[in-house]
Design a protein around this ligand. Structure first.
Ligand code: SF4
Ligand code: SF4
Length: 431
């Protein structure tokens, strides 16, 4: 082994002896930006994270709803009006439901409520309404909550992708899209994007040298495991599958995000990258300006040009600020109407109320607020093609770097305190 390599066991031993250097990707990148050269000896583990819309999510629940022999089996079930798939186990005559719920399922009654909202409310411990149709044709409803769920696990079929894309709409007409929280305005007048740039887990380990099947990670604040590659993963655009128990998740990391094409689901991953060789470190020291951001047409995702993540994460405000004193008490609060997280409420005669725990820092309110009570610099996409060269303002961020930073920080604390052990993959992933 060269002096630019370490084993997982060596790293964990150093952690156990209190001698390891564990840094967040943000800390490393800030040192690189300030001109420091980071050497192999300077760091043992880097914590990375991402928080954003991750549509490929489902949850499996199992809980009792009636006494044994009360009904044969369920044929259809809704949780808070969100449809669930019954099974796979029928649990015949047991009075117990096994259910699969898609994170992208939509409520049958509320267009602004879906699986993402439901999962957060379950984790918050709120009572959940269960509506059941049995194979005998009977209907009944009851309530449950996470404490009464013997099984509640969240699975990612397509999570933690290696950054993503920026979107623009080049045509005249506005259109609805899952990549915008309002109608996507045309004529290259605005941009949205996804991806936490230099913080992103796979961006820091693009060849998956340390992230593999069985790697321990944090999903929505709880311990979880990588199950392999996710759907539509490709060598150029890899993503991961994984799972974690919902009983110990942290609601702040989850939620529903209402796009103009309906509710979507948010998740947060934090992933440790053990610095096992120089090659890994060479990726870790890449900063936002080194990381490509492809700009695509939101219709069909046709590539238009390329820029980098510095456009959207350097010299911007990660947090959106609200000044209640600036609120002019509009007859209709456009921010309340359009906030994708439902984080703003307004009663006539009062300033609007902003819930920072629910807020995703997407930034839409900074363009929608009549009184300019919400503010944040969101950056501009440097759009450059043979026909057009211009800066296109970002109006919606579909990644929350602020909470990704928090997740990376919490993982660092857990590693240093011995609550999170570094693990070698059970099996390596071939990209
Ligand atoms: S749009 Fe802005 S100024 Fe108007 S009520 Fe809402 S928060 Fe206040
Ligand atoms: S940034 Fe504004 S629009 Fe976005 S979630 Fe927060 S309050 Fe809502």
């Amino acid at each position: 082994m060269s002096d630019k390599e370490r084993t997982y066991q060596e790293i964990q031993r150093k952690i156990d002896n209190g001698k390891a250097v564990v840094l967040t990707a943000d800390e490393i990148c800030n040192r690189v930006r300030s001109g420091e050269k980071i050497n192999f000896e300077d760091v043992d583990v880097v914590t990375t994270a991402t928080r954003g819309i991750m549509s490929g999510t489902y949850a499996v629940f199992s809980f009792k709803v009636a006494e044994p022999n009360s009904f044969i089996k369920a044929s259809r079930v809704w949780l808070n009006n969100v449809p669930a798939q019954v099974g796979p186990c029928p649990n015949e005559r047991l009075g117990v439901l096994d259910l699969i719920v898609h994170g992208t399922a939509h409520s049958k009654t509320n267009p602004n409520y879906g699986g993402g909202h439901l999962f957060r409310e379950i984790v918050e411990g709120k009572p959940i309404t269960v509506e059941i149709e049995t194979v005998e044709g009977h209907w009944f409803s009851t309530h449950t909550n996470i404490k009464d769920m013997q099984y509640a696990k969240l699975f990612g079929t397509r999570h933690a992708f290696r950054n993503y894309l920026a979107f623009v709409n080049p045509v005249n007409e506005s259109l609805p899209s899952i990549f915008h929280a309002a109608e996507f305005r045309g004529n290259l007048s605005e941009a949205t994007f996804c991806g936490c740039g230099e913080l992103n887990p796979i961006e820091n380990d693009p060849d998956l040298q340390t992230i593999g099947i069985g790697t321990r990670v944090m999903i929505n604040g709880n311990y979880g495991y990588v199950s392999g590659l996710g759907t539509r993963s490709s060598p150029g655009k890899p993503n991961l599958g994984g799972f974690s128990d919902m009983h110990e998740m942290i609601p702040e990391y989850m939620g529903g995000f209402v796009t103009s094409a309906g509710p979507e689901i948010i998740n947060t991953w934090a992933v440790p990258i053990p610095v096992i060789n120089q090659d890994i470190l060479d990726n870790i020291v890449k900063i936002n300006s080194d990381i490509e951001l492809k700009v695509v047409d939101v219709s069909g995702r046709l590539p238009l040009c390329k820029t980098n993540y510095a456009d959207v994460w350097s010299n911007v405000d990660e947090e959106v600020t609200y000044q209640p004193s600036e609120c002019i008490d509009c007859r209709v609060c456009e921010v309340e109407r359009t906030c994708p997280m439902g984080a703003v409420t307004h009663k006539r005669g009062e300033s609007a109320a902003h819930n920072p725990i629910l807020c995703f820092n997407c930034g839409l309110c900074t363009t929608n607020c009549a009184g300019n009570a919400f503010s944040a610099a969101l950056g501009n996409i440097d759009y450059c093609t043979a026909e057009t060269e211009k800066g296109i303002p970002v109006v919606v961020r579909q990644s929350d770097r602020l909470r990704a930073l928090k997740a990376a920080d919490e993982l660092k604390t857990k590693i240093i305190s011995g609550k999170f052990k570094i693990s070698e993959p059970v099996e390596y992933i071939n990209l």
